[in-house]
Design a protein around this ligand. Structure first.
Ligand code: VIB
Length: 223
């Protein structure tokens, strides 16, 4: 039987394909991605990751499913100990200081992506918010698995790739997929439609995030 997450995954497939083929990903693997682009990505992603962790806690407050609630709370803690902690090492290596992070504003696309997820929760439902979190887990795992086979000649980029191919991480992706399917089981057709829209829009924002980094997007108008 085709699951709910298979269905929404199919709907988002064109965005996922564009992410797999995106020059940011290609250059990361080839080792040709400029360091300042990677630096920009890491600083923007720092904002994204801390909001993503907060969203886990806020969604958990509204979820009845005890197992799902615990998974979301563990996810928030796991982000602090895992992905965010790993990134501290990257920051050190690239000389990114807390001052630089604090004085860099969140860029338009990162802002829109984060706000989209909050809107799914506060103007929508926890089920929609859960569907909005899923592309983040699932897409990065697929990218990690695609890239790890070839690897990157740049050590730092290789470490980034390996973050998204670990067994623990793959296990959390499976659990997030299962939580989304359990949420859909409780939802009527209208809510399932909204969950699908949340998932597809997050997939579109994942794609836009790579381009934001390549363009080093800013709020200012440039000549
Ligand atoms: C824009 C953006 N999207 C997805 C991820 C990947 N990611 C962020 S939190 C999380 C859950 C488990 O750590 C995963 C996989 C990222 N770093 N940045």
């Amino acid at each position: 039987m085709i699951t709910f997450t298979d269905q929404i995954h199919q709907a988002a497939a064109p965005f996922w394909q564009k992410s797999f083929e995106h020059p940011f990903i290609h250059e990361l693997q080839a080792g040709t991605l400029p360091k300042d682009v990677f630096r920009y990505y890491l600083i923007q992603d720092r904002y994204y990751l801390s909001e993503f962790g907060k969203l886990h806690e806020l969604i958990a407050e509204q979820v009845d499913d005890a197992h799902g609630k615990q998974f979301l709370l563990d996810g928030a803690q796991g982000l602090k100990d895992g992905e965010i902690a790993v990134r501290e090492g990257f920051f050190e290596q690239l000389g990114i200081t807390p001052d630089e992070v604090a004085s860099t504003p969140i860029a338009p696309t990162a802002y829109n992506y984060v706000n989209h997820m909050y809107a799914e929760l506060y103007r929508g439902t926890p089920q929609q918010a859960i569907a909005g979190l899923l592309p983040c887990y699932w897409l990065y795992n697929q990218i990690g698995q695609h890239l790890v086979a070839q690897g990157s000649p740049v050590k730092l980029y290789q470490r980034w790739i390996e973050t998204y191919d670990s067994d623990d991480y793959t296990d959390s992706v499976d659990q997030m997929i299962a939580l989304t399917n359990r949420s859909a089981d409780q939802a009527d057709a209208a809510l399932k439609g909204k969950m699908k829209t949340a998932f597809v829009r997050s997939s579109a924002y994942e794609l836009a995030f790579w381009q934001m980094a390549l363009d080093q997007q800013k709020w200012q108008v440039t000549a």
